[in-house]
Design a protein around this ligand. Sequence first.
Ligand SMILES: [Zn+2]
Ligand SMILES: [Zn+2]
Length: 352
Amino acid sequence: MLELAPNRFAFCEITEKILRDLTDDSVAVLDDEPSIDSSDSGESSESNDSRTGESVLSRKEMHLAMLAAVALPPIGIAVAMVLLWGGWFGWSSLIAMVVMYILTGLGVTIGYHRLFAHKAFATPTPIGVFFMILGGMSAQGPLVWWVATHRRHHHFSDHEMDPHSPHAGFSNGIIMRTVGFLHAHIGWLFTSTADNNYEYVPDLLANPTVMRINRLFPLWVALGLAIPGIVCGIITMSWMGVVLGVLWGGLARMFLLHHATWSINSVCHVWGWRDYRSDDHSRNNPVMGVLSFGEGWHNNHHAFPTSARHGLKWWQLDISWIVIRSLQSIGLASKVRLPTQERMAARRRIAP
Ligand SMILES: [Zn+2]
Ligand SMILES: [Zn+2]
């Protein structure tokens, strides 16, 4: 087992168990992933540095980044609207927005979530890095922070230490329910529980490739703005094309995907139905299932966190699963994890 600094990793013993439940320790999701077991004492010096959290953003930097991530996309949309009223609009920028939404969305759902947070499948390192960079372009935070926060969410789901529960700590009543919903959707980004969860990610902190890409997070965000700007500028051969590409394909797209992802934390713990028993309020929500590429089948996911497929019924559209299955069919995804029929039957709720 990795020896982790006690002040940062006070939950170490609990975490070992939860990591076993949320991921498969035996699965190395990337080709170059170091093995982590009780006899492993030969990590590189880079991993030792990484383990202290020094190579990821500080708390102050994280909060500033959160503020920028929350505030800048709406400002971009406002500017895009003003330009639209003035007749400045291009179909290329709208197409750029849709394409970038899909690509960066899949970076989050397939890369950040199913591959790195839950080890639901394994893939060659270049493919994993590709999805990690796409996820970075979504401007939802560096991978290591995102995964650490998410694993903590599963660990304490809808209980006191959950970083973004709409229920825990919020009593009944319309006002408190609304406050809880807003906390789960966006408020949690600015609370002290939103960081310092690195005891949940010893596997990522020990992986030099992951940490290298993680440190370059600001570059990926900048690329996510620059690429649609450059493409739209070339298509229209104009500087206004560049501006519209950045506004629509960059900032407006970030805004839409941010709220789709944050809705999994808020909407999908409030509205929808529960097919399986899970120790929380997670819900299956078909609207979010479509908008977030399968992540809206959230009760399924909480019941079977390591499953690469979240839409467990044939009609539960899960675009991320379709992509993973396609990658598997051409040999670019392996060790794809799915719940057995027996496990699903055992966890199925009798009453709706
Ligand atoms: Zn959840
Ligand atoms: Zn998850």
